[in-house]
Design a protein around this ligand. Sequence first.
Ligand code: SD4
Length: 328
Amino acid sequence: MNRRKFIRNTALSGLGLTVGGSVLAKGLEELPVSTHSSEFKGPLVIATWNVPNATAKAWEVLEKGGSALDAVEKGCNVEEEDPKNSSVGYGGLPDREGIVTLDACIMDHNGNYGSVVFLQNIVHAISVARKVMEETPHVLMAGKGAEDFAVAQGFKRTNLLTESSKKAWEEWKVTSEYKPIINIENHDTIGMLAIDKDGNLAGGCTTSGLAYKMHGRVGDSPIIGSGLFLDNEVGAATATGLGEEVLKTVGSFLIVELMRHGRTPQQACEEAVNRIMKKQIHRKDFQVGFIALNTKGEVGAYSVHGGFSYQIYQNGENKNVSPDFLSK
Ligand code: SD4
């Protein structure tokens, strides 16, 4: 039994959740690695927005034969520590009280998931989410508890509010007008999906959420099925944009299920955007964008408005693509 399984078994017993040694042990066995056909276009990584440094980092892992899970974590870490990315990690724009709160999640090919919401003072939220997944019996931790857990796991406390985010917030306070930003050019919430040489999928999503949100607000990004979902037998999807709309339609789960029923990643992304906009015919002032990947390594992307882009690193080439969109 490895350390992770040991900790998890111990913790589950502590919670009185042991359901009989053999059943539990069996339930925690790794699932078989998926096989893939000659049509396979991987390994590859895709990410929301114009994030060449993040996909390059993820590709470095994939190229050496590393796992999709390590690739998405390392790739997302690049944006989390970049003070110029004002939607993620260090330098992320704060809420209306001037406090930076982070949401992040990660998912592996066995369907394991870990998430942190309303996390403060820790740069690498996605790495804390991975620790939740691998070192605890839980899947989602919030706020102060998540922060204390991160510190106990060796993460350093850091003030995430940079001078430039503070200045932007102070300027915003002059009007305090709250309206969703359509696109933050070049950088935004990072949702990343990867498939490794073994055909295994992983995904991660990390964000400081909507700028000037209400204190305590949590978006779609850390919520399984909304900001991120994958099924190793089908594919993966992730979202960016106005989280409330993605949450209401469970967008990423919807895309994976549509792919399960035969849609291409592109068709599935389009249907998810259409599903949102069908209920929002009078409201076109917000952006939502999805990207998706299937087990063959085919990709798709679609958004409500133009201006959305995604980054893809495949066959040694790192490029930014502007996908089609609904509102023309
Ligand atoms: C949220 N979906 O918190 C995130 C924000 C985002 O592009 O993706 N912005 O609602």
